[in-house]
Design a protein around this ligand. Structure first.
Ligand SMILES: Cc1cc2nc3c(=O)[nH]c(=O)nc-3n(C[C@H](O)[C@H](O)[C@H](O)COP(=O)(O)OP(=O)(O)OC[C@H]3O[C@@H](n4cnc5c(N)ncnc54)[C@H](O)[C@@H]3O)c2cc1C
Length: 407
């Protein structure tokens, strides 16, 4: 069976942003689509900010999603604050910042419920001569012409096909959080809102920008400020300490925000007040549920295995400095559908998709690695640190971080 025959079937593993982009695009292209997402409830609540790029809007439009100005908050410029809170440098750079919850909401709302199976966990995927075979953890066996593994950076499907590919820890973590606009002092609101802001104290980097608030509101007064604070964290001692919860359990790769120990949070807040511009100190210490994520690089040599394709973070994870994760997932989905339109056989289409997107994914990972080299150098010797410092002027950071780039 080829995809050209009526109602060819696609199974998508993972119903987050990557899976939803693919599902919406395939449904619009006449596919019979089933998305299996192991989380039984809505995925909203991963309230992180997302930088938008032109390709993200192209992918939303191709997925049939009508969006207007409420998709995000517009800023006109970037600013870097000194540790004492004075403005060091400013740069004109209009951009729209959205939020993870907003993206999820528009993508999920566009997909009819019949296609989305919340609470469905895929146990295994195998390619077969005529169809791929998908087995769920409840024992159900399904057949599909195409399987898309959009199951995130810890993808078990990738692990099955590419057991030697491992996440590479980059040597630093990103603390993230959101604070309600209304909770900030007038001075901080005036300094930060309407801006994409940075502060670069020695060995640290923090950035922040406004995003939609509760109920996805972008109305001034109801927005939130989102921060991402990069901190060098050694793999052997500091990271295991951060990842150990109150009960002594050591988590691998990430810890649920509610389980981060109180002393870890207190140390982070003290550091924020000592190291960061006071505007950022206030943002960090007023954030409701700060969390941290170890930063990883992930690269794969191929994204297709017969009728099975990797998509989004399941294939490539770039450090967040270019702000491309969601855009990359949307562009993967567009490229996949374009390849399916160009071929009568799914295998040929996926081979083309893999060739094109493996190159792009590798280029994005490489670019993000370059942007994050400064943070990585912090754990090395004084010479490396000095060298990295020379390339870390406020102007360079503002010019290069999370800006549109074609890969
Ligand atoms: C610090 C930080 C900052 C970031 N900033 C940005 C930014 O500014 N802009 C941006 O675009 N991106 C950013 N990202 C990246 C972005 O969050 C991801 O790239 C994006 O969400 C794409 O994810 P995905 O859909 O591929 O995977 P995920 O969002 O990880 O989703 C995978 C889904 O698969 C489900 N799943 C897994 N296994 C199974 C299974 N066996 N059966 C069923 N379901 C399963 C999971 O429950 C999950 O919902 C950032 C990331 C970090 C860490």
């Amino acid at each position: 069976m080829t995809h050209a025959s009526a109602r060819a079937r696609a199974i998508i593993v993972g119903g987050s942003l990557g899976g939803l982009f693919a599902a919406n695009l395939l449904v619009r292209n006449g596919w019979n689509v089933d998305v299996f997402e192991r989380v039984p409830d809505e995925l909203a609540g991963r309230g992180a900010g997302i930088v938008t790029h032109p390709e993200l809007f192209e992918a939303l439009a191709a997925a049939g999603i009508d969006f207007d100005d409420s998709i995000g908050v517009k800023v006109q410029s970037r600013v870097t604050f000194a540790q004492n809170g004075a403005v060091l440098s400013e740069r004109n750079l209009p951009q729209t910042l959205t939020a993870w919850g907003k993206m999820y909401h528009v993508l999920r709302a566009a997909l009819p419920d019949v296609h989305y199976h919340a609470g469905g966990t895929v146990a295994s995927v195998q390619d077969g001569p005529d169809q791929a075979i998908v087995t769920l953890t409840d024992g159900t066996v399904l057949h599909a012409d195409l399987v898309i593994a959009a199951d995130g950076f810890k993808s078990s499907i990738r692990e099955y096909f590419l057991p030697d590919v491992k996440l590479q820890y980059a040597g630093y973590v990103a603390w993230r959080g959101l604070v309600d606009e209304a909770d900030l002092s007038r001075e901080t609101r005036e300094a930060l809102f309407e801006k994409f802001a940075f502060c670069l104290p020695p060995r640290e980097q923090i950035l922040g920008y406004p995003v939609a608030g509760r109920g996805n509101s972008t109305t001034p007064g109801e927005r939130r400020y989102n921060f991402v604070w990069y901190r060098a964290t050694s793999e052997d001692i500091q990271l295991p300490n951060l990842l150990t919860d109150r009960s002594g359990k050591r988590w691998v790769g990430g810890i649920p925000p509610t389980l981060i120990r109180q002393d870890v949070l207190a140390e982070m807040e003290d550091a924020a007040l000592t190291l960061l511009a006071p505007q950022f100190g206030e943002v960090v210490t007023k954030a409701k549920q700060p969390l941290f994520q170890p930063i990883f690089d992930l690269e794969v040599p191929q994204m297709a295995f017969g009728r099975i394709a990797l998509l989004g973070d399941a294939a490539f994870v770039a450090r967040p400095h270019c702000g491309m994760g969601v855009t990359k997932a949307g562009s993967d989905a567009m490229a996949l559908v374009k390849a399916l339109q160009a071929h009568t056989g799914v295998r040929d289409a996926l081979a083309d998709y893999s060739r094109e997107r493996t190159q792009v994914g590798a280029a994005i990972v490489q670019h993000a690695r370059h942007l994050g080299a400064y943070m990585q150098a912090q754990l090395k010797n004084e010479v490396d640190r000095e060298m990295a410092e020379r390339y870390r002027t406020p102007d360079a950071v503002m010019r290069e971080t999370a800006v549109p780039a074609r890969f």
